[in-house]
Design a protein around this ligand. Structure first.
Ligand code: ZN
Length: 394
């Protein structure tokens, strides 16, 4: 929601009027000098949407403001044409409506278009976040990264390296959405006040690493590559077992961490799963993730997969001692099984641990046969939200 600056207004005043943390207002209005807001300029108020209200008999700013959990002054700011003591019955006023419900509510068939739709809405309501294109898929879909927070260290989460594990996308988006709601409304999330997490971290999220693959599993192959993709799929048009990118390369087998060993063990030609490619980082999705990881200097990374209700955190003994302490905490809050080593190489987490000697985690959400049924969505969010918060908290 936007408001127009009056003489003497400051972000600090808006922070009090709307009961919204000042850092969020500052970050949502980076263009504005907080001490000298130009009169008439539009300022974003995050976490609110405007709503028209027909004035009822007996309505007062005081009563309406109490109901909306704002200060009466916020109503005066939005309705300069009205005198606060005299609201004409039947007239109309603008109300700043606090957003208290999640935007990410419909996790089914969560393809790239749906992700974009939710992201646009989230950007609109929470303009202190940024969404950037940090690469592109084989079929030229943008790889999107969300960033928010103002801390020194950057904590990274990603989802859907694997196409038929796309349920991880709405899970990650919903956790992020809950975080935003708790931030703007000042509510604790799982007993934790999240504003300090916002101030102490930058959160980086790549919600869909493999958009071509996800759309293939959900919507079927696009016409221009239909023939090749069906051939790679052994002639079948059932893509529910497809993990790879659209060229049949497994993106989580593409990283330069003992890639050659993995290459020998794995599939020898492109297909729905387990083909590591002709060399590391040949695929645009994987190389973009590698580049982004270097550029952003991530302190910790979390890659969300399905399934197994367990997580992996070691690689060749290169993981720092901190990883073990974090793993213990994550096992406690999620109920998932903590596994140090698995017999696998060339994954994103493997490479991150090897290259940076920092904590990296692969989480396997839910249980069953991929793609997991959407009814597991609420349970996955519940299991993972503690991990999400303690990743930022510890
Ligand atoms: Zn996976």
């Amino acid at each position: 929601m936007k408001v127009k600056v009056r003489p003497g207004d400051t972000l600090w005043l808006y922070s009090r009027l709307f009961r919204i943390p000042l850092p969020l207002l500052e970050d949502a209005n980076k263009h504005a000098d907080p001490d000298r807001l130009p009169v008439g300029e539009e300022i974003h108020i995050p976490g609110f949407i405007p709503e028209e209200h027909a004035i009822q008999k007996g309505d007062t700013y005081w009563e309406i403001a109490r109901r909306l959990n704002i200060s009466p002054g916020a109503l005066a700011l939005l309705n300069p044409e009205h005198h606060p003591d005299h609201l004409p019955e039947g007239g109309r006023i603008r109300l700043p409506k606090r957003v208290v419900r999640p935007i990410v509510t419909d996790p089914g068939q969560y393809d790239f278009a749906r992700l974009q739709k939710d992201l646009r809405r989230i950007e609109e309501v929470y303009p202190f976040i940024s969404v950037e294109t940090v690469g592109s898929s084989v079929l030229a879909r943008p790889l999107l990264e969300i960033r928010t927070g103002r801390g020194e260290r950057t904590i990274h989460f990603n989802a859907a390296f694997h196409a038929n594990e796309w349920i991880t996308v709405p899970v990650l988006m919903r956790m992020f959405n809950e975080f935003l709601l708790a931030l703007t409304n000042g509510n604790p999330l799982c007993g934790i006040f999240v504003l300090p997490l916002y101030e102490n971290n930058v959160l980086s999220i790549v919600p869909m690493v493999n958009p071509d693959g996800v759309d293939l599993v959900i919507n079927g192959p696009p016409e221009k590559v239909r023939e090749q993709v069906v051939r790679l799929n052994g002639g079948s048009t059932d893509f529910s077992g497809w993990k790879a990118n659209i060229r049949g390369v497994d993106l989580n087998d593409q990283f330069p961490a003992n890639w050659k060993i993995e290459k020998e063990k794995r599939a020898q030609c492109p297909g729905p799963r387990d083909y590591p490619g002709e060399a590391p980082l040949t695929e645009p999705e994987a190389s973009s993730m590698g580049r982004l990881t270097r550029e952003r200097d991530f302190a910790r990374v979390f890659a969300l997969h399905t399934q197994g209700k367990e997580f992996y955190w070691g690689y060749e003994g290169l993981e720092p001692p901190e990883s073990e302490a974090l793993a213990k905490e994550f096992a406690r809050v999620s109920g998932y099984k903590s596994v140090r080593y698995v017999d696998s190489h060339a994954g994103y987490k493997d490479w991150f641990v090897q290259e940076f000697r920092r904590p990296g985690f692969t989480f396997e959400l839910g249980s069953g046969v991929n793609p997991l049924p959407i009814c597991q969505f609420p349970e996955m969010v519940e299991e993972m939200i503690g991990v999400f918060l303690s990743a930022l908290h510890q």
